[in-house]
Ligand binder design. Structure first.
Ligand SMILES: Nc1nc2c(c(=O)[nH]1)N[C@H]1C(S)=C(S)[C@@H](COP(=O)(O)OP(=O)(O)OC[C@H]3O[C@@H](n4cnc5c(=O)[nH]c(N)nc54)[C@H](O)[C@@H]3O)O[C@H]1N2
Ligand SMILES: Nc1nc2c(c(=O)[nH]1)N[C@H]1C(S)=C(S)[C@@H](COP(=O)(O)OP(=O)(O)OC[C@H]3O[C@@H](n4cnc5c(=O)[nH]c(N)nc54)[C@H](O)[C@@H]3O)O[C@H]1N2
Ligand code: SF4
Ligand SMILES: [Mo]
Length: 733
């Protein structure tokens, strides 16, 4: 039998290793989809250190999505109200290159914007940076990581002097206390959760604390679930810090030698005594005391977080508040301990390494740093001053750029902003105004296709070769094993071809993804994300490998050991080598509930679905798991509204409305409601979470507060019975 192809699951940032075999395995019936299409066999890769053979339902069913509804040929139209017509690549590329030249000439290069995704491979990211930030000279490249990980990036950078999660998955099995805040790990990072759960079940003295306004599957497994009011994470962290300080449970030697700013932080947490914090968070004081007690009695505390922390108007401050508590207790740089952001997408980490946000450059560099710009200009053989010193437009600023007309061309790839952006009606209106939008996608239809002038068919995972980095900094090679449908091309190849046509032949003289990666890793040498010792060949032969992994002569095993955790020498990437405490007070939600909009709506994910359903909506098993969207409402609120499960509810925010059947459940905190983000216009009528959300963002990370907005709930039967519905707005208090 042929050897299986070893690769990585292309869904979440856990980054599970997969083994893939052709549909026909000798001695077995050919594996087929219901429509008769032969399906590749997918199973967990036991040799992959991150996942040890485990997979969740998404990884297990990926093969069923690969052949359905694929975009096969380039398509074009002159206006959005026209039908698409099939064109050749030559026509499409000529059109794009002409338009780039025109916009550059008439509006300037900063009128061009590219919006891409953590579902790019590192090679795609890198070539896009070289084209946009290097050759074209605009930093207007942003990714959906802006909606996802940018608060974690900003928090790490401010506290440690560099991005990069310091921990590894082995820490899950070496900790005394896992502190999960703003993460539904059981549904969204299932294999990380499984690894911890196995260990937790075997070790009764190990504690699990979960901080989430909802009693998720994750929270249900906790020793302590703190169902805090949305947006009160900083209060909670400072409340814990206050108690640890009061009890003298500090690592004074660590604070003294390896940090700055503790005295100022002490002054801040003085204002967070347990009685005040308990009221703000909506928890009992005893629960807060228990959390602080668990924290203080654990030798090793591992914090993990994701969108409940990052997607906030104070996202960076939340991240730093978590890090502060690690710093005051010396809980970092050792096994089983540290602040660990769980990355959302399969290669959001690689995106950060390759400079895939509008303020970054490849190799954890910054556009505002003149030395960094000069290094890249020399490396890319571009004239001095080619790279702009201005941070480019963020995802949302591209939307407002379309509104004002400042953006003359939008290029979207591997993301579906017509569903995933905040304030979706405003987003769609802006997209409709775009003079020229290019959209690179592997499926058709998706919601975003409605807003494109040019559709470019791309290969996806399984049809292209490249690398991805998971949450624990582990780089896995994902080799091509299937033939791409129709005329699909890989994202990086499209960018490189446009670059060559714009005259940058030597900058884009690549034939293979391996060459692209080889160039990129040279740029990481001696940087915090050093992977100069890696190559496609190395990864193929040696398997998935964590960075830092330099090209310096050193025994491999030594490099591997050192790469497990960052900051084991307690030297941080700041100029004086010390980590920094933050001193920011909590502010709470950007749009708190009021008499008119009395509920807090929070949004998020379900175990089986992936984002806007481009893949999972096309997999029958997963569709059956979740036949329709819904809204979670606490029984107390439901009673006041006079509704029961399956009754339809209209949800209104200051920006829009949507309708959902109610799911009455105690799993949600009273006065808070929850809607999954997965149903865009293609998959349900009027059930878009983002019809309701707002774009107000963290001032540091520019990450929008997708986790909370103020809404009213109105039973649909009441609307149908009466035209004057205003007096029916239910108040939860
Ligand atoms: N099944 C599945 N898995 C996925 C994805 C998917 O689409 N489907 N997407 C991937 C991606 S890109 C990402 S970013 C991750 C996201 O992974 P998670 O962040 O775990 O997922 P979410 O459901 O968005 O939000 C997590 C939790 O935050 C809670 N929350 C809301 N507001 C607050 C708050 O103010 N404070 C706190 N402490 N908690 C709050 C919500 O109740 C929710 O349970 O998942 C990744 N994995
Ligand atoms: N209300 C609300 N909104 C949210 C969130 C939330 O929690 N609540 N979460 C936010 C977060 S964290 C995220 S990450 C975003 C995700 O939001 P999106 O990025 O919009 O979601 P996806 O459905 O993953 O879209 C990715 C698209 O890329 C395509 N694709 C896959 N592989 C490739 C490839 O190799 N090349 C190309 N060109 N295309 C490819 C897929 O078919 C898919 O259509 O949503 C954000 N929006
Ligand atoms: S946990 Fe994430 S990476 Fe692993 S199989 Fe599931 S979706 Fe894929
Ligand atoms: Mo994400």
């Amino acid at each position: 039998m042929a050897d299986p192809t070893k690769t990585l699951c292309p869904y979440c940032g856990v980054g599970c290793g997969l083994e893939v075999l052709p549909p026909a395995i000798p001695g077995k019936a050919v594996n087929r989809d219901k429509d008769g299409t032969p399906l590749w066999n997918v199973r967990g890769d036991r040799t992959h250190p991150s996942s040890q053979g485990m997979v969740c339902v998404k990884g297990a069913t990926i093969a069923e999505s690969l052949h359905k509804d694929r975009l096969r040929f380039p398509m074009m139209r002159d206006a959005l109200d026209q039908p698409f017509r099939r064109v050749t690549w030559e026509e499409a590329l000529t059109k794009i290159v002409d338009r780039i030249r025109l916009v550059k000439f008439t509006q300037g290069v900063d009128a061009i914007g590219m919006y891409a995704s953590g579902q790019f491979q590192t090679e795609d990211y890198y070539i896009a940076q070289k084209l946009m930030k290097g050759c074209l000279g605009t930093n207007n490249f942003d990714a959906n990581s802006r909606l996802c990980m940018s608060s974690a990036v900003a928090g790490y950078l401010q506290s440690f002097g560099a991005d990069g999660p310091p921990c590894c998955y082995e820490d899950l099995e070496q900790t005394d206390c896992a502190f999960l805040i703003g993460t539904n790990t059981a549904e969204c990072h299932p294999i990380v959760f499984n690894r911890f759960r196995r260990y937790h079940k075997k070790n009764s003295d190990v504690k699990l604390i979960v901080v989430d306004p909802r009693c998720t599957e994750t929270a249900a497994a906790a020793d302590l679930h703190l169902a805090i009011n949305p947006g009160t994470d900083i209060d909670l962290m400072y409340g814990i810090a206050h108690l640890l300080l009061r009890w003298g449970d500090l690592d004074k030697a660590f604070i003294e030698s390896h940090t700055n700013g503790f005295e100022e932080f002490k002054e801040v947490i003085r204002h967070y005594p347990p009685d005040v914090v308990a009221i703000r968070c909506g928890i009992a004081e005893t629960e807060l005391l228990t959390a602080a007690h668990y924290w203080s009695s654990a030798k090793r505390v591992l914090s993990m977080w994701s969108m409940g922390v990052n997607q906030s108007s104070e996202g960076t401050a939340k991240v730093r508040a978590i890090i502060n508590v690690h710093l005051m207790t010396g809980q970092i740089g050792k096994p089983g301990a540290g602040p660990f952001s769980l990355t959302g997408q399969p290669n959001a980490m690689g995106g950060r390494e390759a400079g895939g946000l509008s303020h970054l450059l490849p190799g954890y560099r910054s556009v505002t740093n003149p030395g960094h710009r000069a290094e890249l200009e020399t490396f890319w053989q571009l004239p001095t001053g080619s790279i702009s010193s201005n941070p480019g437009l963020t995802a949302w600023e591209m939307i407002t750029g379309l509104e004002t007309g400042n953006l003359g061309m939008l290029w979207v790839a591997a993301t579906n902003p017509a569903v995933s952006m905040p304030d979706i009606e405003r987003t769609k209106a802006a997209l409709r105004q775009s003079p020229f939008t290019v959209y690179q996608e592997c499926y058709y239809p998706t919601e975003m296709a409605d807003y494109a002038h040019v559709l470019l068919p791309t290969t996806q995972w399984s049809e292209k070769t490249g690398v991805m980095t998971n949450s624990e900094r582990r780089v896995t090679l994902c080799p091509q094993f299937r033939v791409a449908p129709g005329e699909a091309r890989s994202d990086w190849e499209i960018f490189a071809e446009v670059g060559r046509r714009l005259g940058y032949r030597k900058q884009f003289a690549f034939n293979y993804a391996a060459e692209v990666y080889a160039e990129f890793v040279r740029l990481t040498r001696d940087r915090p994300c050093d992977q100069s010792g890696l190559s496609h060949t190395y990864l193929r032969e040696m398997g998935a490998t964590q960075w830092p992994f330099s090209s310096k002569a050193e025994p491999t095993q030594q490099k591997v050991e050192k790469a497990k955790r960052l900051y084991t020498d307690l030297k941080f990437h700041t100029p004086d080598g010390k980590a920094r405490f933050s001193q920011v007070y909590s502010r709470g939600l950007a749009e708190p509930p009021d008499d008119n909009y009395p509920f807090v709506l929070t949004t998020g994910r379900l175990y089986g679905h992936w984002h806007t359903q481009s893949r999972t909506g096309r997999i029958e098993k997963i569709r059956q798991m979740y036949p329709n969207p819904f809204i979670e409402i606490h029984p107390r609120d439901a009673e006041k509204l006079g509704i029961q499960s399956d009754d339809w509810v209209e949800v209104r925010s200051r920006r829009g409305t949507a309708r959902f059947p109610a799911k009455v459940t105690k799993a949600i905190t009273p006065k808070t409601v929850f809607v999954p983000m997965h149903w865009g216009a293609l998959w349900a009528e009027n059930a878009e979470a983002n019809a309701l959300t707002h774009e107000i963002a963290c001032p540091d990370s520019k990450q929008p507060e997708l986790k909370a907005c103020a809404v009213q709930l109105i039973p649909v039967k009441a609307i149908e019975n009466s035209n004057a519905s205003t007096h029916l707005v239910a108040s939860p208090s």
